[in-house]
Design a protein around this ligand. Structure first.
Ligand SMILES: Nc1nc2c(c(=O)[nH]1)N[C@H]1C(S)=C(S)[C@@H](COP(=O)(O)OP(=O)(O)OC[C@H]3O[C@@H](n4cnc5c(N)ncnc54)[C@H](O)[C@@H]3O)O[C@H]1N2
Ligand code: MOO
Ligand SMILES: [Mg+2]
Length: 430
């Protein structure tokens, strides 16, 4: 008898997977390799930045009181008693009508309370002594970058789980972290199943196709921040597949297979899960594409049975695998970022199930506009290249027109969402 699968709502499916979210171990890596990783410790400021009052300009450090009453007719004259570049400290104390030539970034000398930009001064020499004249009065505090004006000591700067972007790298360097503790990348195994599959270097043969899913999913794994490990493609042979899956599980944190999850004679994933004693969390989701997406669990390891159809495979990964990876990094917003957009083209298809339309979002006059990426079948590979978002169309809707408001999930974003699923599926019907 044909197995009848009961579809569950997308949010419910995501929740079932998230019950098995875990936190990855940590490792310490050189700062230069930290970009794109996720921080595994809170970083607090152990010093002020800047750590000393400094000059933001090239010019002269003075005591502002010495400029009192200065104007074009009666310039204030200063004896230039020294010169300091960034990184050097002026040893003496600057006295009455004295100035120190100072460069951007250099520490303000003792006694001075202002810096005059080079451009508004005139320098001259008399009897071998350097002088500077100034034709205006300068307020105390002019052109000083104060100690702690950027960052104050003890402030929490960056927190555990934060994505390390170039700005985070700058902070880590500023506070003296030549090495940084990050979360280890989970290792995610990939197996493609299907007797029709050829590798990209093979010539096409009648009835066969090239395996695009494995390479696509490996790229998605890397984009999500984990490490992909490829175990190759398998023909539809149950014994072989069981053995390969069991062996791969020894070497990975999570295993992803593509293909073979539906009800065809050679769709062996259900039998494989049974054979290895994995508990199936769900095998039918009320969504398109990707309705056959299956997730199973064995001894703390998640097994993703993604659809063989490329678009369905792609969507299944982003909805169900990405948040597990991001949670492993302690990231508080592990899901795809949800935003509101205007539909940029009609989408007349009815949507019995929640539909994830591969789309290109862009800003037009300050408004996020989402345009579907062409051929919208589950089997499509062409609609993925241009996609940087999914348009989420709730189940039960009859089709959408250009100009309507839609929810989009952003694919190329590092910020993420905490839980994007509330109120998307209001009109969901089975
Ligand atoms: N009687 C039914 N038939 C199907 C159902 C159903 O509910 N009842 N569901 C359909 C839906 S929806 C989908 S999606 C697919 C899912 O199929 P499988 O996950 O079992 O995948 P396969 O049968 O192995 O392959 C489907 C399709 O994808 C191509 N494929 C497979 N692997 C790759 C790869 N690595 N790279 C590129 N393309 C791949 C394969 O050649 C097939 O064309 O089932 C429907 N059928
Ligand atoms: O699962 Mo299939 O992708 O819904 O079309
Ligand atoms: Mg099949």
């Amino acid at each position: 008898m044909i197995e009848q699968r009961k579809p569950i709502a997308v949010a419910e499916a995501v929740q079932r997977v998230m019950n098995y979210a875990y936190q990855a171990r940590t490792e310490t890596i050189p700062l230069q390799q930290a970009y794109g990783r996720f921080l595994a410790e809170d970083i607090a400021a152990d010093q002020d930045v800047p750590a000393f009052d400094r000059s933001p300009y090239d010019g002269y450090a003075i005591r502002s009181m010495d400029s009192e009453g200065a104007n074009a007719e009666k310039p204030a004259i200063f004896q230039v008693v020294g010169e300091i570049g960034a990184g050097y400290v002026y040893d003496g104390i600057v006295g009455e009508r004295q100035a120190v030539r100072i460069m951007t970034g250099a520490m303000i000398p003792q006694g001075c309370d202002a810096v005059v930009m080079l451009e508004i001064t005139q320098s001259f020499e008399q009897n071998g002594q350097a002088y500077m004249s100034l034709k205006r009065q300068i307020q105390a505090g002019t052109n000083i970058s104060y100690k702690g004006e950027d960052i104050q000591k003890d402030a929490i700067l960056i927190t555990k789980g934060q994505y390390i972007n170039p700005g985070v790298v700058a902070l880590l360097a500023t506070f003296g972290y030549p090495h940084v503790m990050v979360f280890k990348k989970p290792i995610i195994g990939v197996i493609a199943t299907g007797s029709e599959l050829l590798e990209p270097d093979e010539a096409l043969q009648a009835g066969k196709i090239r395996n695009s899913n494995a390479y696509m999913v490996m790229a998605q794994i890397e984009r999500a921040g984990a490490t992909a490990k490829y175990f190759g493609q398998l023909s539809d042979n149950l014994e072989l597949c069981i053995q390969a899956v069991q062996e791969a599980l020894q070497e990975v944190d999570i295993l992803i297979t593509t293909g073979g999850v539906s009800v065809g004679d050679y769709d062996y994933l259900p039998a494989i899960y049974e054979a290895i004693g994995a508990e199936v969390l769900f095998n039918k989701v009320a969504m398109r594409p990707g309705s056959v997406t299956t997730v199973a669990m064995r001894d703390g390891q998640l097994l993703y049975g993604l659809s063989g159809n490329p678009s369905a495979c792609y969507v299944g990964f982003e909805l169900f695998a990405r948040p597990i990876i991001r949670t492993a990094f302690h990231n508080p917003r592990p899901h795809l970022r949800r935003e509101q957009a205007v539909l940029g083209a009609d989408f007349p298809k009815p949507n019995p199930f929640t539909r994830f339309v591969r789309a290109m979002v862009s800003f037009q006059n300050g408004q996020l506009v989402a345009v579907p990426c062409g051929f919208d079948k589950s089997s499509a590979v062409s609609s993925l290249e241009g996609a940087n978002a999914f348009i989420v169309l709730p189940g039960g809707s009859r089709g959408y027109e250009k100009g309507m408001q839609v929810v989009v999930l952003l694919l190329e974003d590092t910020q993420g969402s905490e839980w994007p699923w509330d109120s998307i599926e209001k009109s969901y019907r089975l």
